[in-house]
Write a protein that binds this ligand. Structure first.
Ligand code: AHE
Ligand code: ZN
Length: 376
């Protein structure tokens, strides 16, 4: 297991709020329980941009971002048995050790054995595998896919079918399972449900796909950008509501009035707007409506509602990575994709080479952008 360091290119974020810079970095060999991956393609998620902005309470710099990777195993550290060189892997920011209290519970996917060091940008032994110009570079979300090579834990590797293209499977690293799973694993909606989706980005569209797969009777796409409605329709939305069409009237009131008292389930995919989170809860039907918070709000933000909204039977919950236990369940998503039951291709609205990764971040601000895919 005496692997050698690899020199390669990576997009390094030296400090918050600055563009990424393409650097030659050194990637140390994987230690025990670790795997070194060649990254072929990666998506950019709003969470990468969010942490780059400096608003993430856990943000550390310098760092290599990226958590939607399509990868091939280059080498494995001591004791690694579940993957071997040449295997195709999607790295997981929510790992699955299979042994901890969380993994043993069927109520959660939040495996916690490496969560503390992962949040500090470190591998479990408290060090990093990346260096550049003599400086240590932090890992991000246990994945760091904006690099030609990365090192992740074995428990963070979802092995995937080699017959599906990695430049599409990379989107299974975050956006698609997060939305689809929130519907089918976290909320577990029933057939015939009326569903409201706040925000039609990659997460919202995945909620829409998931709700359609679950045979929801109405899927209401809510967005302040009407350009989103055509794509939402393609993914399965049946109704469209633009809050800007109703002046000062709170959108929750519009939904409650127009949908016979409100929706059975709402999913908040707004990109961290706490007012939208409130609206999503309050548009739920009295007695049973359930609202799922999915998006990430800036450090210091808080949600609120009248307690009466909960006393009268609404439920407020959240979901991370769609409640998906990655190593055991990501292969199901790959199967759905191969069988034509899960749309991934239509998410890819922009494509860039690593050298142009900052153009990918700029594209994220465009209303027609769902996901940029970066080729490494
Ligand atoms: N670090 C932030 C919170 C970030 C956060 O909530 N991350 C989501 C995934 S975002 C994917 O694009 C998540 O799943 N979190 C679960 C976890 O264990 O981090 C903060 O507020 O400190
Ligand atoms: Zn993400």
């Amino acid at each position: 297991f005496e692997g050698k360091p690899i020199k390669c290119k990576a997009a390094v974020a030296w400090e918050a709020g600055k563009p990424l810079s393409i650097e030659e970095i050194e990637v140390a060999p994987p230690k025990a329980g670790e795997v070194r991956l060649k990254v072929l393609a990666t998506g950019i998620c709003h969470t990468d941009a969010f942490t780059l902005s400096g608003k993430d309470a856990e943000g550390k710099f310098p760092v290599i971002f990226g958590h939607e990777g399509g990868c091939v195993v280059e080498s494995v550290g001591e004791g690694v048995t579940s993957v071997k060189p040449g295997d195709h892997v999607v790295p997981l920011y929510t790992p699955e050790c299979g042994k901890c209290k969380f993994c043993k519970s069927n109520k959660t996917n939040l495996c916690s054995v490496i969560r503390e060091t992962q949040g500090q940008g470190l591998m479990p032994d408290g060090t990093t595998r990346f260096s550049c110009k003599g400086q240590q570079i932090y890992h991000y979300m246990g994945t760091s896919t904006f690099s030609e090579y990365t090192v992740v834990c074995e428990i963070s590797c979802a092995k995937v079918d080699k017959s599906a293209p990695l430049d599409r499977l990379c989107l299974l690293g975050c956006g698609i399972p997060t939305g689809w799973g929130a519907v089918n694993y976290s909320a577990k909606i029933e057939e015939g449900s009326i569903v409201a989706v706040f925000g039609c980005g990659a997460i919202g569209l995945s909620v829409i796909q998931g709700a359609k797969a679950a045979n929801a009777s109405r899927i209401i796409a809510i967005d302040i950008n009407p350009d989103k409605f055509e794509i939402a329709k393609r993914f399965g939305a049946t109704d469209f509501v633009n809050p800007l069409d109703f002046g000062d009237k709170p959108i929750q009131q519009v939904i409650v009035e127009n949908y016979d008292g409100g929706v059975d389930y709402s999913f908040e995919c707004s990109g961290g707007n706490v007012e939208v989170m409130r609206a999503a809860l309050e548009c739920c039907h009295k007695g049973w409506g359930k609202s799922v918070i999915i998006s990430v709000a800036a450090s210091g933000q808080e949600i609120k509602t009248r307690p009466f909204m909960l006393v009268t039977g609404r439920v407020w919950m959240g979901s991370a990575f769609g409640g998906v236990k990655g190593r055991s369940q990501l292969p199901d998503f790959v199967k759905m994709y191969i069988e034509g039951k899960l749309n991934i291709d239509d998410y890819v609205t922009h494509e860039f080479d690593l050298a142009d990764i900052n153009k990918g971040f700029e594209a994220m601000n465009s209303p027609i952008c769902i996901r940029p895919v970066i080729y490494l």
